[in-house]
Design a protein around this ligand. Structure first.
Ligand SMILES: Nc1ncnc2c1ncn2[C@@H]1O[C@H](COP(=O)(O)OP(=O)(O)OP(=O)(O)O)[C@@H](O)[C@H]1O
Ligand SMILES: [Mg+2]
Length: 263
């Protein structure tokens, strides 16, 4: 069965994209087949995975507003043979508004993903093990589409001031989606990011998050690391950019925890 995770937190810059691309790459590296769906008009996940996403490249915008098939827009990541990417272009910025007047506006991504998975199966292609949907920093229709398509919400939380600010609003949005559109949706895993062990603040935030979300929080914390922030400008994940850095080791370990024992 394919695990579908929406990587979401409407707070900006908390590590959604960094976590999406590096967890996806770490899982692909260990043999899983993984698809990253870039649902952020900024296209940061596409950039970080070395995927062209200039205007005119067909991407998630066409899937959401034009009924394009995922199979027609998905591309293979150059550095990771088992990793595929559905890129996002700036056009997607308009989708938030264009979707409002379309039928089934909240369920378009879910439909595209389920068609993609069933066509894979009917062609006896390898099954995808994981789909990560990198959400924009808002709770608009793009994120709602991700919540309807996903089974799990992967919540990155930055170990900084106001870490839990906005989380209750995110949980309320999730509850609405659960009640009306996707009863199977669950919160978790929660991933602590940009942890700085030298500061008491990071430790306090980590403790507070573990008290709040208990065992939904992955044991591994992602350290603050300059190497992690440098990798995207080379169109690389940390796994190829600096394979033995603290960030690479942490994301590999978090990926192993996320995947659980192989069944
Ligand atoms: N562990 C880390 N250590 C140092 N820098 C990091 C770390 N994780 C992310 N960053 C940097 O912090 C910034 C924000 O990270 P990222 O883009 O992953 O967040 P985001 O939640 O996707 O942001 P947005 O809300 O804009 O989509 C980026 O410049 C990224 O390179
Ligand atoms: Mg992002």
């Amino acid at each position: 069965m394919t695990r579908i995770l929406a990587v979401a937190n409407q707070k900006g810059g908390v590590g959604k994209t960094t976590s999406t691309v590096n967890l996806a790459a770490a899982l692909a590296e260990t043999g899983y087949h993984v698809l990253v769906v870039d649902l952020d008009p900024q296209g940061n996940a596409s950039t970080a995975l070395g995927i062209d996403h200039h205007s005119g490249v067909p991407g998630t915008y066409e899937v959401l507003t034009d009924d394009a098939r995922l199979a027609d827009i998905v591309v293979n990541c150059p550095d990771h043979p088992r990793l595929w990417v559905a890129p996002a272009t700036l056009d997607l910025a308009g989708a938030e508004i264009e979707l409002v007047s379309l039928v089934a506006r909240e369920t378009r991504l879910a439909k595209a993903i389920s068609e993609h998975l069933s066509s894979h199966r009917s062609q006896h292609a390898v099954d995808l093990d994981f789909i990560f949907i990198d959400c924009p920093p808002s709770l608009g229709l793009l994120t709602i589409n991700a919540f309807v398509a996903a089974r799990e919400v992967l919540l990155p939380i930055q170990c900084e001031y106001y870490a839990l600010e906005g989380v209750s609003q995110l949980l309320r949005t999730m509850e609405l989606v659960k009640a009306h559109l996707n009863p199977e949706l669950v919160i978790g895993p929660v991933l602590l990011t940009m942890y700085d062990g030298r500061t008491r603040l990071s430790t306090q935030v980590a403790d507070e998050v573990r008290t709040h979300f208990t065992d939904q929080v992955l044991p591994t914390v992602i350290p603050r690391s300059v190497r992690l922030s440098e990798a995207p400008s080379f169109g690389q994940t940390i796994l190829t950019y600096d394979a033995y850095s603290a960030g690479a080791i942490a994301y590999r370990s978090a990926a192993t925890e996320l995947a659980g024992p192989r069944g």
